[in-house]
Write a protein that binds this ligand. Structure first.
Ligand code: ADP
Ligand code: MG
Length: 227
């Protein structure tokens, strides 16, 4: 099986006011293509730090990170920005939509970063809005949408560059249980179509809907189980 991700002895230290915080203390795991992983653990255990490293938003202090077999830990900032823009889709707890933009314009935002805005990509944005059930809301702005609808926009946005890899940090953290379940249906569907998903959550019910759970505590992996 091909590996989407290999991380080996990944470490991250933050130096803050002369003190060193060991956010990740040497974490290793492989992610086969098409996996759907939940990352769990108490607050401060290193979940967001791990997701930021996986998303090439930050660099590790030590260890290796291979994305599709290529070491990204040594890449230039430009190459990392390129990888973020084209190969990784991001979904956040607070949606991070741009209030002044409509649904379809928000979905298009990553196309500007990847310099792929063109008539075909416009058509794709509309298709994705349909796919997440917002085909009737194209001209709405975020404040005119429910939390679940805003997260659907964010999911469509994460897909607009057709990334192989989706990273989500507590995507259902602000949603009620019915909406949470609908968002998980959507993520499971995307995973079923072959996309690799890594999702941080602190809700065991949410983790149960993934294929595998990795639990962090104090910067270490304490369990890594397939459901
Ligand atoms: P989680 O997402 O599991 O709550 P984080 O990855 O955000 O945990 O944080 C792990 C540890 O690293 C915590 O002790 C946190 O205070 C620290 N930390 C996170 N980001 C920074 C930063 N930018 N500077 C200093 N310390 C940080
Ligand atoms: Mg966090």
């Amino acid at each position: 099986m091909k590996l989407a991700v290999q991380i080996q002895d990944l470490r991250k230290e933050y130096v803050l006011g002369g003190e060193t915080v060991h956010a990740l203390r040497g974490v290793s795991f492989d992610v086969p293509e098409g996996d759907f992983i939940s990352i769990m653990g108490p607050s401060g255990s290193g979940k967001s730090t791990l997701l930021n490293l996986l998303g090439c938003l930050d660099r590790p202090t030590g260890g290796r990170y291979l994305l599709s077999g290529v070491d990204v830990s040594q890449m230039s900032d430009d190459r990392l920005a390129d990888i973020r823009a084209t190969r990784i889709g991001f979904i956040f707890q607070s949606y991070n939509l741009i209030p002044a933009l409509t649904v379809v314009e928000n979905i298009e935002v990553p196309l500007y970063y990847s310099r792929r805005i063109n008539p075909a990509s416009k058509a794709r944005s509309l298709e994705l809005a349909e796919m997440v059930g917002l085909g009737q809301r194209l001209g709405h702005r975020p404040t005119q949408l429910s939390g679940g609808q805003q997260q659907r926009v964010a999911i469509a946005r994460s897909l607009v560059n057709d990334p192989e890899f989706i990273l989500a940090d507590e995507p259902t953290g602000n949603l009620d249980s019915v909406t949470t379940s609908e968002i998980l249906d959507l993520l499971q569907r995307l995973n079923g179509e072959g996309r690799t998903i890594i999702m941080v959550t602190h809700e065991p019910d949410v983790a149960q809907r993934t294929k595998r759970s990795i639990v962090l505590r104090d910067g270490n992996i304490v369990s890594d189980l397939r459901h």
